[in-house]
Write a protein that binds this ligand. Structure first.
Ligand code: FE2
Length: 188
């Protein structure tokens, strides 16, 4: 099947190719979200334990905005893989995903803070290289992520759709008002 992104990057490094093959096999089983998150967490954690496979062109920060580079999109958009690159202090707004997501820390340190729909903080995870966190409408889908280190941080996110096409929301931390948004890729 044709990729929705014919010009998506070809990352030939073995750890990444292995990850894509194994994650594809996992979604081929038509497993439910619980199983995908559980097994996917293991696969992503293996991927982010080694840091020699991500091309520099897909790990370039921007002085003003955290960057999202599409690394891979499944031909049927059953999942996609994105690198997030952050300068110190950069952070997302409070947002949701509408699909399951896994965040694997590759470099530096990031803090993911979870919220309920009333904008009450419900948890916080500090992610160091090799750590993986999960989000989804079933287990808790609203959070904010920030680079909490003093250098550049890079995390690898996997989502249960082509996240660049999912309409989701950002939330005002004071009023909880939501605003629709669709995220973009810096390279697609
Ligand atoms: Fe997120």
């Amino acid at each position: 099947m044709m990729s929705p992104y014919p010009k998506q990057p070809q990352i030939s490094a073995i750890p990444f190719q292995t990850f894509i093959a194994e994650f594809s096999a996992l979604v081929d089983t038509n497993a439910g979200e619980t199983h995908i998150l559980q097994s996917g967490k293991r696969l992503l954690s293996d991927l982010v334990k080694t840091d020699d496979w991500l091309p520099d062109s897909l790990a370039k920060p921007h002085p003003q905005y955290y960057q999202q580079y599409l690394l891979y999109c499944d031909p049927e958009a059953r999942f996609c893989v994105v690198s997030f690159v952050w300068e110190p202090g950069q952070e997302t707004p409070i947002h949701n995903h509408m699909v399951w997501g896994l965040l694997g820390q590759l470099r530096g340190r990031e803090t993911s803070t979870d919220y309920d729909r009333n904008m009450h903080q419900t948890g916080e995870a500090i992610l160091k290289p090799g750590d993986v966190a999960a989000v989804s409408p079933t287990i808790g889908d609203i959070h904010k992520v920030r680079n909490s280190d003093d250098g550049i941080s890079v995390s690898i996110h996997v989502y249960g759709a082509d996240i660049g096409k999912v309409e989701r929301a950002v939330f005002d931390p004071e009023s909880g008002a939501s605003k629709p948004f669709i995220s973009g890729y810096a390279n697609a």
